[in-house]
Ligand binder design. Structure first.
Ligand code: NAP
Length: 310
């Protein structure tokens, strides 16, 4: 027996899925949010957020808790419920480890995940010194040598966070300029940390535990080995598009979901919001897209010719 039918299933409880849930709940849609991990998405692992209106500075976990409390006053969030498959005719049948549920419309708000460097030692030393989340693992490296890899806002935030908790930080970036937000660049420079520019990571070294990183300077060709107890990789993201693929939703060249101004995808009844749609990856944008997606799902369900049989 399938659970439902719900009016709307939202996959992902990050800022996009959360905002969609609030709008859907307030519109009176019988809605469920399915989240593969804890609610909050990548916000949970963000050390500090300084561009969410109304909060000059707030930690990721604190903002996530606020989102969650707000969402749950309208709709249910089912955590640790990974969607394995979505099938559809007029209704969407969603398989999770707990069983099947059925919904009339779907919002994909599955976000993006960390890109790996793909160098020797990365996989074997992952969780043994190599990490993708400074807020989760930084604590273990207090007073120790750490390397942050990347030049975007995430890498800059990680470097600042790790410096502030007492790590000795080296920041390694493949170009001579950072890509991340100017305010974060200025903060990093003001901390006088070791900035290793024009440099690639070639290998993570260590037997049981990371103890060094092999670097190559792209200008001089010089290969350098530096000691590191921890290495935090922040080199961008790839979209979590498995559900979209299983439904035959149209993706762009980089694998992000193509949407129109209403956040509608190429499949009727399927909407998408947040980082999985690409573009400007900001909490405020994801939340805005979630609001649009839920409103569009409401309009879709209110179409006078909508019936379960098609
Ligand atoms: P990002 O902006 O895509 O930056 C990725 C960084 O990794 C770039 O500097 C890139 O170098 C480098 N890189 C990529 N592949 C690499 C490789 N194979 N080897 C070495 N370096 C590599 O990713 P992000 O920092 O995770 O941010 C993701 C999104 O979230 C962005 O849209 C960002 O604006 C947003 N974000 C915003 C904030 C904020 O506003 N405060 C905070 C966090 C994230 P190049 O620069 O040479 O390409």
């Amino acid at each position: 027996m399938s659970e439902g039918p719900y009016d709307l299933a939202i996959v992902g409880a990050g800022p996009a899925g959360s905002a969609a849930g609030i709008y859907a709940g307030r519109a009176g849609l019988n809605t469920i949010i399915l989240e593969r991990q804890m609610a909050g998405g990548q916000v949970v692992i963000s050390p500090s957020i300084e561009n969410w209106p109304g909060e000059k500075e707030i930690s990721g976990p604190d903002l996530s808790m606020k989102f969650r409390g707000h969402v749950e006053s309208y709709v249910k969030i089912r955590e640790f419920s990974e969607v394995e498959l979505v099938g559809h005719d007029r209704l969407f049948t969603i398989s999770t480890p707990e069983g099947e549920l059925v919904a009339k419309a779907l919002i994909i708000a599955t976000g993006a995940e960390h890109r790996k460097l793909g160098v020797p030692g990365e996989d074997t030393l992952s969780g043994r010194g190599v990490s993708y989340c400074a807020t989760c693992d930084g604590f273990f490296f207090k007073g120790k040598d750490v390397l942050v890899v990347g030049g975007g806002s995430t890498a800059l935030l990680y470097a600042i966070y790790l410096h502030n908790i007492g790590c000795r930080v080296k920041l390694v970036h493949r170009r001579s300029e950072f890509r991340g937000e100017k305010a974060l660049q200025e903060k990093v420079r003001s901390l006088n940390m070791d900035l290793i520019m024009d440099t690639l990571v070639e290998e993570f070294m260590g037997e049981e535990q990371l103890d060094g990183v092999k670097l190559r300077n792209l200008t001089t060709g010089e290969v350098l080995e530096v000691h590191a107890d921890g290495a935090f990789v922040a080199v961008g993201e790839i979209p979590r598009n498995e559900i979209a693929r299983s439904l035959g939703v149209k993706l762009d060249r980089e694998g992000y979901i193509e949407v129109d101004r209403k956040m509608a995808t190429s499949v009727p009844g399927v909407f998408a919001a947040g980082d999985v749609t690409g573009g400007l990856k900001q909490i405020v944008v994801a939340a805005g897209e979630g609001a649009i997606a839920a409103t569009s799902a409401f309009d879709y369900l209110m179409e006078p010719y909508w019936t379960e049989s098609g």
